[in-house]
Ligand binder design. Sequence first.
Ligand SMILES: [Zn+2]
Length: 101
Amino acid sequence: MKDLKCDTCGNLTYALCDGYAIGDTLLEGILFEIRLTNHGNVLASVQEKDLPYFRSQRIDRAQWEKDMAEHASVTDTLTCPMCEADIDGPGAGESPSLGNA
Ligand SMILES: [Zn+2]
């Protein structure tokens, strides 16, 4: 598992992914925070500011966070939260290598 890194901003604690990728127009414009754990797992969480939307629409946030984590674990493009540039996602580049330094 590679780190989340932006060419401009350096290492990132998290990246962003638009909910449109998993929820179409229901989640369009909702940015999920994507984090990589030390164990190589991918976590996705809704940002604080979007919580009222999920509540008001009665959307199952936990389920979508799970779906987004699965999507983000294979996507090759995520978004830098600082400069909004495209950055490599976990699925970018060559096939996974166990020899990661
Ligand atoms: Zn950046």
